[in-house]
Structure formats: C-alpha cells, structure tokens
Design a binder for this molecule. Structure first.
Ligand code: ASN
Length: 340
C-alpha cells in the first residue's frame, strides 16, 4: 500500500472564522481531518506532519522552505509522495523554490490549498485535497506518474515553477500560460505524460538548502525616475530581477543603460523577465533590448516572476561567481524555462 506524507503549513484550507472578530485564522490539523472523513476511504496510508506554527502564506519565507526541504529529505524513502497544504497567496513561490532545492526529484510533491476553508459548505478544499493525494500516489509500471513539484488546484495540475496565482476570488486561482498542465481531473484523472519530467535513472535526490535572498526587483514603467532606479541598483544585493516591457524591452535613455552597466560591472546579476504573462523575452529582437544583451543582462525567457526570484536565490547560494549565476539563470534547470 502506498504511503503519503501530508505536510500542513497553513493557509485558508485550514482556517476558521473567529466568532467575534470574523477574521480568518489558521486552525490545527486534527480539526481539518474531522472535516474530511473520506480520507479514511483512500486506498493508502496517510501520515501527517503539522508545522508547529501554522501560518497564512503571506508569512512564508526561505527559512521555512529549508525546513520543508529538510522534512522531505528525512521522509523521502519511506513515502511514495508528499502533499503540502499551503496558502495559495505564495504557493507558487514555495513550489518554485522547492523545485530548485530538490534536484533529481523522483517522487511527487503536490502543493494544494483552497480559496474557502475546509469547514465551509461550498468549500473547494475537499476536492483539491483528495485529488492531490490521488496524484501523489499515482504510479505506472511502479514509477511515480508525476515526480515533480506541482500545484494542484481546481481540477488542474500545474508544474509548480510555471504557475502563478492570478485570481484571488475564483476557485480557478492558478494559471500556467507558458507551459501545458500536467494532468486534469474530471470523470477520469488524465495525465499529460509527454509534458512530465522524470529524473535520469539512478540519480539520487540532492537537497540544496543554501538560498540567499539578496534579491531586488526593478519593475519598469514609463516615467520611472533616475533616483528610483539608482536606489534599487545601488542597493546592497547580488541579484536583480528586472520586469521589462513586451519581449524584454526597456527605455534606451543613457542614464538608465549606464546604471545597468555599472551594476553589472559591480558584480550584480540582472535577469530580464517580461511584464507580459504569456510569451518570452527575446533580447536583441528590438533596438530597445539589443544593448541589454550586449552588456551581459541574462534573459529570463518565459520564466514566471516567482521562478525568477527563487531561482536567483538558489543560484546565489550555489555560486559566488556572477558569470556562473548568469549562465545558469539562462539554462533550463527544472523545466522552469523554455530556452529559445
Ligand atoms: N491568505 C491565504 C494564504 O495564502 C489565501 C489562501 O490560502 N487562499 O494563506
């Protein structure tokens, strides 16, 4: 019989409305289990690890990502898969971070949560939880069907580092426009086998636990001032995620390009991702991105913002040399990027 470890970190799935203030607050896992007697009927053994401090995912941070990676490592061999209950607000960041932290992953890590608490009559939590467990234990020819870090939400399974939260009020909270969904649940659970990654045979899980969160974000808008750009680029960080226009374009004002060039000379790594949610960065396609390419800005291609930030944290922890950080930033490490 398969064994699945459920790790409970918090989020709306396990919240209850305070009778006096009406504010939603996390509750403990036993109360959650009481709301899903169906769990007993699943044909698998379920173990539960509840974090001591149950959080709204807005309080998520890299220290907790390390704790999660450590838990997975410690329980890896005795479990067939993992389901992580997590708030939806920052779920895509945690899923992206873990995808980089867990190299050669051979077992499913399925993140899920819900938009309504599990105790609410119209809750989306039960379907999300039950199917996440089904996916975590799904095997074919004795191999996990989806040995990836994923997000399961509203009948769809997404690659974690390709998804982002795009809707705060619909049950359909996530999207992944630059990569196909990995499975869809309806009358049948249908996997898209050709889109799912598997580790090389014989490769062992490697945990990378040294994330460095020295990352700044430079989001461009017409009229952005020199002082603002200076403050960001001169700040004491090693990596900058620059959110640009269209296919990776920026203003060509001299002061702006000079500041970028100086930051790179100072040893910062700057990655260019687009404010568009669909499509890819193509450095050099337009005059407004040619100089970016020439001065050594990394192309983030079609990476999500969540992936770019967490990949930068991961690479800064792995390499001191900015040239290596830039080189790996532009490579596909965990299926997070389509290099064109
Ligand atoms: N604020 C909640 C959280 O991210 C939102 C949710 O889970 N739907 O923890």
């Amino acid at each position: 019989m398969s064994q699945i470890l459920i790790i409970y970190t918090g989020g709306t799935i396990g919240m209850m409305s305070d009778p006096i203030t009406k504010v939603l607050k996390p509750i403990n896992f036993e109360q959650i289990m009481d709301n899903v007697p169906e769990l007993e009927k699943l044909n698998c053994k379920i173990k539960v690890h509840s974090f001591e401090e149950i959080i709204d995912s807005s309080n998520m941070n890299p220290a907790i990502w390390s704790e999660l990676a450590g838990l997975i490592e410690a329980n890896y061999h005795e479990n067939d898969g993992f389901v992580i209950l997590h708030g939806s607000d920052t779920m895509a960041y945690t899923a992206s971070a873990l995808s980089f932290m867990l190299e050669n992953l051979g077992k499913p890590i399925i993140f899920t949560g819900s938009q309504l608490p599990i105790s609410a009559i119209r809750t989306d939590a039960k379907e999300n939880l039950m199917t996440a467990i089904e996916i975590a234990k799904a095997k074919k020819n004795d191999r996990a069907r989806v040995p990836e870090v994923c997000i399961y939400f509203d009948y769809k399974l997404f690659r974690g580092n390709r998804a982002f939260k795009y809707n705060s009020s619909k049950f359909e909270a996530f999207r992944s426009p630059n990569y196909p969904i990995l499975a869809e649940s309806g009358v049948h659970l249908r996997f898209s086998a050709n889109d799912i990654r598997h580790p090389q045979d014989g490769e062992e899980l490697i945990i990378h636990n040294n994330l460095i969160s020295d990352v700044a974000v430079l989001k461009l808008y017409p009229g952005i001032g020199q002082k603002v750009v200076e403050a960001i680029l001169n700040s004491d960080v090693r990596g900058v995620v620059m959110e640009t226009f269209g296919a990776g374009n920026t203003t060509t004002d001299d002061w702006f390009l000079n500041l970028l060039e100086k930051a790179i000379k100072d040893g910062k790594v700057i990655v260019d991702i687009s404010q568009c949610k669909v499509g890819t960065v193509e450095l050099g396609r337009y005059e407004t991105s040619k100089q970016l390419k020439d001065m050594g800005i990394a192309s983030g291609y079609d990476m999500t913002f969540e992936s770019a930030v967490t990949k930068m944290m991961y690479l800064l922890g792995e390499f001191d040399d900015p040239a290596l950080v830039k080189q790996y930033m532009e490579q596909d490490l965990r299926g997070e990027i389509t290099v064109s």
